[in-house]
Design a protein around this ligand. Structure first.
Ligand SMILES: [Mg+2]
Ligand SMILES: [Zn+2]
Length: 169
């Protein structure tokens, strides 16, 4: 259990979220400003970068698992700093992996030998924060408005997380 990781929610953190819709293809996948710079800084600090994303649109039939794989291949091409991706394709309440549950974090921990106490979860939903906190990670919530949160820190963008993590190792 020696590695440290930053677990990253996808929609609203790495790419622009589509309110009330799912990102179904690369045309809808728009990387947010300075995300690449942030990921490069995180790598310099020695973190594994692992995307943890709920993609219920698959179970709802809005998109297929293959559609999601195309989007993720595109994401990795643009952002090769990302080490791994875990997604939950299931409906709410039918699995142990949909955030705020932490099944995806446990899988990543097993594969990558991650110490949660040295790791972070960054997301823009409270379910990300609950998932990270319940696992023992420090948490940062990216706020779109001024939502209430139990997160340890709040920011407006992924790049702003760089200073927070540098100062709170
Ligand atoms: Mg999100
Ligand atoms: Zn699931």
């Amino acid at each position: 259990m020696n590695n440290k990781a930053i677990f990253l929610d996808r929609d609203g953190v790495i790419n622009k979220r589509l309110i009330g819709d799912y990102v179904k293809n690369i045309e809808e996948f728009e990387i947010l400003p300075k995300v690449k710079d942030a990921l490069i800084e995180f790598k310099k600090m020695g973190y594994l970068l692992i995307v943890i994303t709920n993609q219920q649109g698959i179970a709802k039939g809005v998109m297929t698992e293959d559609d999601l794989k195309v989007v993720h291949e595109y994401m990795l091409k643009q952002l090769p700093e990302i080490d791994d991706i875990y997604y939950c394709p299931h409906l709410d309440g039918t699995c142990d992996c949909r955030k705020p549950k932490n099944g995806m974090l446990l899988k990543a921990k097993e594969k990558w030998n991650i110490d949660f106490n040295k790791s972070w979860m960054i997301g823009d939903s409270e379910s990300d924060i609950i998932c990270g906190r319940s696992s023992g990670c420090k948490t940062i919530r990216i706020l779109h408005n001024n939502e209430d949160t139990e997160a340890d820190f709040v920011t407006k963008s992924l790049f702003e997380c760089v200073e927070i993590i540098k100062n709170n190792k």
